[in-house]
Design a protein around this ligand. Structure first.
Ligand SMILES: C[S@@+](CC[C@H](N)C(=O)[O-])C[C@H]1O[C@@H](n2cnc3c(N)ncnc32)[C@H](O)[C@@H]1O
Length: 306
């Protein structure tokens, strides 16, 4: 995937602004080769925050309240940066598992899109590829509908999604199955397989053994997952026997997360679960342990022809 080409300024005015900015900043010249992928990413992450003249050329920035509903409410620069890194990861896995270039993409669907932390990068990098997002949270979907280009829909806690069979080329869900109960996990994987093209790809992240092992040792990760060290060890042991574990989040947290299912929580599962239980809907194509930000595992699946 050529990230520099995908994110290179397209509009002549943006190209002029970017070149002037680079020429005026020795620190940027030292940090990045001119017009490199890293400089294009810097423009879309820090450039838009530091230079108001750049903002009209990039998708609007989500308000703080909506950022707080995804990934623990990261500061704006981190929200943008992690979105870029996750976009690149998805592009690389798509090319690896679908065995064609990301530029061949015909449509993309982000399930549990939040305020489009990742989908905004598809809008910048592949503006002609139809984009779709769905989430249970009404206000994030309303913001996406008013601020981004694409089809954004609020879904209920149970399928169906308002999308046609076999309409999506790449379907992905980041940090969504990591919350779903076993019952929700299975109905939603069946639904993602329904809306994805038979020669398309589904990419899904979740917490597995590595995330639990890290939580057993690291107070920072315990706080991220709101789990204690002993509980992490207990779940880790149970995964070896049962391959799926789920704990419902406290009522106060669930109630503050608008629209989520009553059994919303933290899910942990391993490759055995994915192979055994998802194979009824989709062919297991691969697993990349810790593929998402060196913490969550990434799974790749291809829908079974219907
Ligand atoms: C941790 S956030 C991740 C958001 C986004 N995927 C990202 O990586 O920035 C989890 C998201 O999943 C959404 N969600 C939870 N259950 C869902 C469901 N059954 N259907 C659709 N979205 C769901 C939540 O509202 C929230 O926006």
């Amino acid at each position: 995937m050529d990230f520099a080409a995908l994110l290179a300024p397209r509009e002549p005015e943006l190209l002029r602004l970017a070149r002037d900015l680079y020429a005026s900043r020795p620190d940027l010249q030292k940090a990045f080769p001119s017009e490199s992928a890293a400089f294009c990413q810097w423009l879309a992450v820090h450039g838009v925050l530091e230079y108001p003249a750049l903002a009209p050329f990039y998708p609007p920035l989500p308000p703080t309240g909506l950022r707080a509903t995804v990934c623990g409410g990261l500061p704006m620069a981190s929200h943008l940066y992690t979105g870029a890194e996750d976009f690149k990861m998805l592009g690389e896995l798509f090319e690896l598992f679908a065995q064609r270039p990301l530029t061949s993409l015909r449509s993309v669907f982000d399930f549990g899109c939040g305020c489009a932390r990742v989908l905004r990068w598809f809008q910048m990098a592949l503006p002609t590829v139809p984009r779709h997002g769905a989430d249970v949270r009404a206000e994030t979907i309303a913001w996406c509908q008013h601020n981004l280009v694409g089809t954004y829909a609020r879904n209920a806690t149970m399928p169906p999604l308002p999308f046609a069979d076999a309409s999506m080329d790449l379907t992905y869900a980041l940090s969504v199955f990591s919350h779903l109960s076993r019952e929700q996990n299975l109905v939603w994987m069946a639904e993602l397989a329904r809306v994805t093209k038979p020669d398309g790809l589904i990419l899904v992240s979740t917490h597995g053994a590595f995330a639990l092992a890290l939580c057993a040792r690291s107070p920072e990760h315990q706080s991220t997952l709101q789990i204690g060290a002993d509980e992490a060890r207990t779940i880790l042991r149970s995964l070896a026997r049962e391959s799926f574990a789920h704990r419902v989040l406290p009522a106060a947290i669930r109630e503050s997360a608008d629209g989520v299912a009553d059994d919303y929580g933290q899910a942990f599962f391993n490759e055995l679960f994915a192979r055994d239980h998802w194979s009824q809907f989709a062919e297991f194509v691969g697993c990349v342990p810790c593929g998402l930000n060196l913490f969550q595992d990434m799974y790749a699946l291809r829908p079974r022809p219907r």
